[in-house]
Design a protein around this ligand. Structure first.
Ligand code: ADP
Ligand code: MG
Length: 345
C-alpha cells in the first residue's frame, strides 16, 4: 500500500516541469514570503499558476511545507476536488532551496473581488446558477448564495481536517471560482497535525484578519510556543481532542459567511484586527448577539441572516464565537454541516 502510494506520488504528483517551457505572463499575488504568477506551459499550451518563494528568511521552508500539503491533498481525491489542482513543480536554478510550485489555472475571480461588488449577490448567482434566482427578495437570495458557498467551504474544510490538515488562512481572497464552485487555494499557512509539519511556523505568519481570537498574534502580545511540538506526531489524537485546531478554520469560515450576509461587512479591510468591527467584537467578548445589539440600531442589515427562520443567524453565532478549552463552544466544520440551516431551501 505504501509502495503504491509512493509510486503514485512520484509518477503523478511530482511532475517535474521543464523550466524552459514555462513562460510567466503576469502577477496574481505578492505575499511577504512568495509571489504567485499566471503562466503558460508553452509545450502544452496549458494555463498555469506558479508560486515562487522569495529570498527572505523562512520562505524556502514555508514553500517546502506548502508543497508537502499540496501533495497530501492530491492523494485524497474528495478533498482535492475542493482545492486548486496541484500539478507539480520545477526548479528555477539547479539545487534551489525550494521548488517553484505549479497549479492549473482554472479561474480568475476570487470571492473577495465578488463580495465588494455592487451587484453582490447577483454576480455570484450568475456564476453558480447561470442567472439570478429566487425572484427579487434580497434577503432570501443572499441567504441562498451564502449558504451554497458556506456549505461548499465547510465540506472542503471538513475533508481536510479528516486527513489531519488545518488550513489556517481561510478568507475570501483564498477562494477562487473555478468551473462550478469556489475552490480553496494557498496552503502556505497550513499545518499537518499527524506529523507536526508547519504546526509552529515562523512567528507572525498567520494572517490575523480572519484568525480566531485564541490565535491572535499581535505585536504587543508575543505568543508562547505551543507546548506539544516534539510530541505532535505521536500525540496527534490528543492534539485534535484537546486543542481542537480545526476550530481555527471554522471560525474563519464563519467570518466569511457573515461577510456575505451583512452588507456593512463587505469590504476588503473590515476584518483588520485593529479595525472597528474586530475591536467591537472583542469588546463584546466575541458574542455575536451582543455585538448585534450595538450595530443593528445603527442601521446594519441582518435580513439575510434572519431569512430561513433565523437559522443562518443561529449558525453564524455558533461559528463566530469564543471557544472553550475542552467543551468547544464553537462548531467544527463537520458538525456545522449538520446545522438545520442547511436543511432549508
Ligand atoms: P499568497 O500567499 O500570495 O496569498 P495564494 O496562493 O493565495 O498566494 O495566491 C495568490 C492569488 O493568486 C490568489 O488570491 C488567487 O487570486 C490567485 N490564485 C492562486 N492559485 C490559483 C489557481 N490555482 N487558479 C487561479 N488563481 C489562483
Ligand atoms: Mg492567499
Amino acid at each position: 500500500d505504501a509502495y503504491f502510494a509512493n509510486a503514485f506520488d512520484a509518477v503523478l504528483l511530482n511532475k517535474k516541469f521543464d523550466k524552459d517551457s514555462i513562460k510567466i505572463r503576469g502577477k496574481l499575488g505578492d505575499g511577504s514570503f512568495g509571489s504567485v504568477s499566471y503562466a503558460e506551459d508553452t509545450d502544452t499550451g496549458r494555463e498555469l499558476v506558479v508560486k515562487q518563494a522569495k529570498s527572505v528568511q523562512g520562505a524556502a521552508q514555508l514553500q517546502n511545507a506548502e508543497e508537502y500539503m499540496n501533495r497530501r491533498v492530491r492523494r485524497a481525491p474528495l478533498v482535492a476536488s475542493g482545492c486548486a489542482k496541484y500539478l507539480g513543480s520545477y526548479e528555477v536554478v539547479e539545487g534551489a532551496s525550494s521548488p517553484t510550485l505549479v497549479w492549473a489555472f482554472e479561474g480568475d475571480v476570487t470571492l473577495e473581488e465578488l463580495i465588494v461588488r455592487r451587484d453582490f449577490p447577483e454576480c455570484v448567482e450568475e456564476l453558480l446558477y447561470g442567472g439570478a434566482q429566487g425572484g427579487d427578495d434580497y434577503a432570501k437570495r443572499t441567504s441562498k448564495v451564502a449558504k451554497s458557498v458556506l456549505r461548499n467551504l465547510l465540506s472542503t474544510l471538513a475533508g481536510l481536517h479528516d486527513i489531519g490538515i488545518v488550513h489556517r488562512d481561510v478568507k475570501p481572497a483564498n477562494l477562487v471560482f473555478m468551473g462550478r464552485k469556489f475552490k480553496l487555494v494557498d496552503f502556505g499557512a497550513a499545518a499537518d497535525l499527524r506529523t507536526g509539519k508547519n504546526y509552529e511556523p515562523e512567528q507572525g505568519l498567520l494572517d490575523p484578519f480572519y484568525s480566531p481570537p485564541e490565535n491572535f498574534i499581535m505585536p504587543e502580545r508575543i505568543p508562547a510556543p505551543p507546548p506539544l511540538r516534539p510530541l505532535t506526531a505521536s500525540l496527534s489524537p490528543l492534539v485534535w481532542g484537546t486543542f481542537l485546531p480545526d476550530l481555527f478554520d471554522s471560525f474563519s469560515a464563519g467570518l466569511v459567511f457573515l461577510q456575505m450576509c451583512v452588507p456593512q461587512l463587505r469590504g476588503r479591510k473590515v476584518m483588520d484586527p485593529n479595525g472597528s468591527f474586530r475591536r467591537l467584537l472583542e469588546e463584546n467578548n466575541y458574542d455575536l448577539r451582543k455585538w448585534r445589539k450595538v450595530v443593528e440600531p445603527q442601521g446594519w442589515d441582518f435580513s439575510a441572516l434572519d431569512a430561513n427562520l433565523g437559522l443562518g443567524w443561529d449558525l453564524a453565532c455558533r461559528l463566530v464565537c469564543k471557544r472553550n478549552f475542552l467543551q468547544r463552544g464553537r462548531l467544527g466544520c463537520n458538525t456545522a454541516l449538520l446545522h438545520p440551516f442547511f436543511w432549508t431551501p
